[in-house]
Design a protein around this ligand. Structure first.
Ligand code: HEC
Ligand code: HEC
Length: 244
């Protein structure tokens, strides 16, 4: 190596070293401050900071925050209302998309991008979203079913799990179904019967056994009745997120 090259080499090493130090220094001094800030502000159970929650849910509003927004696969139906749903059920549903027990391709892709912490934060957020404008339901559904539907409801004891008004499930990991969109309910019920399609269907021991007892016209009648009832579920547009 000639002298010039050695000098250049030495210079570039020195440069790289001082650059690395310059970068390391602020990082090292900033770290304790960044770590201290949330700790100082934290309540006993630290809630997700609004900013990260906003980032986590921004995409969801693109479909679940638009009243009447429709999915087109495997048929055209309104995307489900998720505001006001039980957090444990929302988490169970997201985990079922993630594991592939629920096969809907778009929701599978979305759920796969969420960590356990994201799912916990998002589920908790949606359970409470719209709580101030939520219908208060009575103990019984606000409408009686006709005789056909009354027979179907009795046959599979829907009330015994989803609650006396279909919005008070016996376990928080079970969904509120009263007043959910009827076209979505029909698609969901049919999905529990479908177990042989890679892109359509839901693997669920409980609802699979129930849905398989009914023909599609019977499931449609059930979905129309349940979907016509008053609801604690809502589609809440994104603008309400920002409470200025
Ligand atoms: C491209 C539109 C779209 C986006 C974006 C989207 N979803 Fe969905 N979501 C759907 C559709 C369609 C379904 C119904 C799928 C099915 O039939 O199983 C669904 C179903 C769900 C369900 C199941 C509801 C139930 O009653 O079982 C949950 C929970 C859910 N989505 C949460 C989310 C969350 C949280 C986000 C954001 C992280 C999100 N979705 C983003 C379209 C979307
Ligand atoms: C033994 C308890 C039980 C009974 C009885 C029952 N369900 Fe369910 N239902 C469940 C559970 C648990 C789930 C959640 C399954 C899952 O995670 O996908 C569910 C899910 C559903 C869903 C999907 C909701 C959504 O948002 O996607 C619909 C619709 C539904 N049930 C309707 C009915 C109807 C109608 C009846 C009566 C014909 C009925 N269920 C009877 C336990 C029950």
């Amino acid at each position: 190596m000639n002298k010039l090259l050695i000098t250049l080499f030495a210079l570039s090493v020195a440069c790289a070293t001082s650059l690395a130090q310059a970068q390391a220094a602020p990082a090292a001094s900033a770290a304790p401050a960044a770590a201290a800030a949330p700790a100082a502000a934290a309540a006993p159970v630290a809630p997700a900071s609004p900013k990260s929650l906003e980032a986590k849910t921004a995409m969801c509003f693109g479909c679940h925050g638009i009243v009447g927004y429709k999915g087109t696969f495997p048929e055209v139906y309104r995307v489900p209302k998720i505001a006001g749903q039980n957090a444990k059920y929302i988490a169970a549903a997201l985990n079922a998309y993630k594991s592939g027990d629920r096969k809907h391709p778009t929701m599978r892709g979305i759920a796969a991008s969420l960590s356990d912490q994201d799912i916990a934060d998002i589920s908790n957020y949606y359970e409470h979203l719209g709580a101030d404008s939520r219908d208060k339901l009575g103990d019984k559904p606000d409408q009686e079913p006709d005789t056909q539907v009354a027979g179907l409801v009795q046959k599979a004891a829907c009330f015994s799990c989803h609650g006396s008004n279909l919005s008070k499930p016996i376990d928080p990991s079970y969904p509120k179904i009263s007043g959910q969109y009827p076209d979505y309910l029909f698609v969901a019920l049919k999905a529990y019967k479908t177990t042989d399609n890679p892109d359509v269907g839901r693997n669920n021991g409980v609802m699979g056994a129930i849905a398989k007892q009914f023909s599609n016209p019977e499931l449609k009648a059930l979905a129309s009745y349940v979907g016509s009832l008053d609801s604690e579920l809502q589609t809440v547009p994104e603008s309400r997120f920002h409470k200025h």
